[in-house]
Every structure is written in structure tokens, then in C-alpha cells.
Design a protein around this ligand. Sequence first.
Ligand code: FAD
Ligand code: UDP
Length: 411
Amino acid sequence: MTEFEFGVQHYASGNLAAESALAAGADALVVGAGFAGAVMARELAERKNQKVLVLEQRAHVGGNAYDTLDKAGVLIHAYGPHIFHTNSQRAYEYLSRFTEWRDYQHEVLANIHGVYTPVPFNFNSIEQHYEPAKAAALIEQLEESFGLDTKVPIIELRKHSNPLLAELADFVYENVFLHYTLKQWGQKPEDIDPSVTARVPVYTGRDNRYFTDTWQGMPLQGYTPLFDKMLHHENITVVLDVDAREFLTFEASGQQNSAFSQILLAGKPFAGNVIYTGPLDALANTAFGLLPYRSLDFAYKTLPQKHFQPVGTVNYTVSEDYTRITEFTWLTGQDLELTTIMEEYPLAFDGSPGQVPYYAIPGPENQTAYERYLALFNALPNFHALGRLAEYRYFNMDQIVERALELADRI
Ligand code: FAD
Ligand code: UDP
């Protein structure tokens, strides 16, 4: 059985601790202790020998990748299931300094009217839903049109004129994408940015894995110990339970809503680098209104049985109000006689207290609204907006790690 070691490191917390850390002096400020903030803090502390202060508003490090043991002793992810996968050797090797890996290849099944179907929808999925002769014809046609082991976005497949493929596209659209996407985004697949549904293509082969990246797996002891190790450095001070906006303010020389000309830290001009990984609209007091995000509610259940479902995640693509159920022990490899599952309920983000802006909603209009905020900060050479929130992009963990390393190269 894998044993998880939590609570390796203790952090200071609260505004008083932040005040005394600021009084002690810092060369750089990092807002947020998720992947963007933690990698930047480590890089500035280690590579540039700077004293780094990290302020995190939550009671823990790790950002949305934070994991913890629940009351039953099951290692759970507090903000949705996180599976590490990458083709970036740099990101993989960097994180490998702070963790060993458990080899884990994530598989997802769609529950289509009770039939567990591999997603991405592939040749095996076809054979579950069509009688053998028809399935063979569909597979042959897919292979002829796209080649073997190719990822075909559903939006592309739907444009195909071949009647067999058009029929298949309709089936997959209706049974895999339409209802799930309506739940997740409140919009139809054709009305959201095509890059979103292209993340989960139709696959012309028999590989049932959700990701085909070179490196994939789970941190052997969990994500939180990985963060503890990354942030454990003599030049890094982390303070939790602090909203950085209490200390980090901006001065503009022009009219209301004109670009900022100076960063103030605890009311005094600050010339060090500021790495900000939270939402930009919040930092500018939502001067131009809330940026659109999707949020999630999570419902956890601990059950007195070894397993609830056959794989780590089951997507409910035609039924239920939740999008998916994740059973963590499949991901982590914990060997227990009970199990904890989690349902995800999407909702629109309205900025109410406690609500988390999990997903930026990609698209030209929202990008323009985001860039209006970014322009406020553009004149500040020592301000860096980094990460999934601050850059308003749908990034995976490995992309954030890479971007943080690249920013550290540039600074
Ligand atoms: P975050 O992790 O959001 O960290 C930002 C931190 O800044 C937060 O801790 C926040 O509290 C803090 N903060 C914000 N404002 C302030 C403030 N004013 N003061 C102090 N602190 C502040 N990626 C994968 O690669 N694989 C997956 O399987 C995967 N699954 C996901 C599932 C879900 C449901 C979600 C939402 C995301 C998933 N991701 C996955 C994406 C992954 O979570 C992100 O890529 C990654 O966590 C982004 O790191 P970040 O540091 O940019 O942001
Ligand atoms: N999607 C879907 N059905 C599925 C899986 C994915 O419609 O069974 C669509 C949906 O719009 C979803 C998007 O593809 O938001 C991206 O899925 P992914 O699993 O990458 O989402 P994440 O894990 O980032 O929430």
C-alpha cells in the first residue's frame, strides 16, 4: 500500500504574518501558490538568488492541484481530478526534481444510456454501439478518410460529406458531446471555441487512454508534498490565508481606468518583480466588469466498497446534472476497502464569495475583454501576469510549468 506523507511543511498564515514578512523585505512578490506561483518562486529563489515572498489566499499551497486526505483516509483532489500528462521534457524533468511518479494512464468511460463507452470515442467504442458489419464499415471509412491513430475533432467530423461518417458524427455529437458540453459550458459545442471540444477528439484507433502524451502519471505521494518540496527553500517565505490585494495596489498617473504607472507594496513603491497568478479583473477591482468564467461545485461521497466504477473517471454524457464522477483510488493507487467519489456540477461564475473561477471561457469577445484588463498593467515592466487565471487561458498543468520556466528565463 502506498503511504502518503502530508504536513511535511508548515506555513505562516494571516495578515500579521504577511506584514512582518514584508517588513523583513523581499526582492520579489509572488501572488498564488499554484503551479505558476510555486515554480516562479523556486526559480527566482534558486536561480536568481532572490528573497521571494509568496502570498496565497487559500489555507494551503498547490492551487487547484491541491490534494489532501479526507476523513476516511482517502487521498482526494479538492478542486477536480488532476492527472499529469505532457510532451514537454522540460516540464517533466523539472517536476521530477520534487516528486517520484506513479505510472498511471488515465482512462475515461462515457456512460451512454448505461453502456460504458471509451472516450475519446474510438474503434472500440464504435463496436459497442453498432452491429459488427456496420462497425467494420465505419472503422474502414474512418481509416480511409483520416488514417490510423489520428485525432479528429468532432466539429471536423461533422463537416464530412460521406454519409456513413456523417451518421457516426451525429451519433457521437449527440451521445458524447452535446449534453456534456451544455452542462459544462451552458452552450452547444458549435457555439463555444472549437479548441475546447478538440481537447477530446474522435480517435481512429484502439487506444483507450484519455491522453497519449509521452509522460503521464501521478506524483507518487500526491501533489501537495510536491509543492511542499518545491517551496522549501531558504529564500522563500510563504504566507497563507492572505488576499494579496490587501498589500498590493497600483498607482495610475492618468484619468480613472488609465494604465498603471507604479506598483505599491504595503503603500510603498516596489521595484522588484511581481508575479501575479490570480484573475486580472479582481486585481483591477473589476473596473470593466467581471470576466466570464465557469465554476464548479463538487459533491464527495465515501462508500463502504472497494470500487464504485471500473475506471478513474466516468463521464455522464446523456444523463444526470453532474458532468463526471471521479474515483480517486484509481488515480492514486491507494489500496483500501472503502472508496471516495466526487461528482462535478458546473455553474456560471458570478463572483459570489467562495466561488472559484475554474475555467476561462475562450473566444474572441472574452479575449478582448481580458486584453482591456491586461492593458492596465502593460506599462509596468516588473509586473508579470502568469497562469491559467491571470492569462485567461485554458492551460493544463504542464503548460503552466513550461510558461513559468520560460518567464524565469526571461526575467
Ligand atoms: P491555480 O492553480 O488556480 O493557482 C492560482 C492561485 O492563486 C490559487 O491558489 C489562488 O487561491 C491564488 N490567488 C488568486 N488570487 C489571489 C489573491 N488576490 N491573493 C492571494 N492568492 C490569490 N491540468 C492538467 O494538466 N491535468 C488535469 O487533469 C487537470 N484537471 C483539471 C480539472 C479541473 C476541474 C480544473 C479546474 C483544472 C484542471 N487542470 C488540469 C488545470 C490545472 O488546474 C491548471 O493548469 C493549474 O492548476 C494552473 O495553475 P495556476 O498556478 O495557473 O493556477
Ligand atoms: N467533452 C464532452 N464530452 C466528454 C468529454 C469532453 O463534451 O465526454 C467536451 C466538453 O465540452 C469538455 C471539453 O470537451 O468541456 C474538454 O474536455 P476535458 O476532459 O479536456 O475537460 P477538463 O478535464 O479540462 O474539464
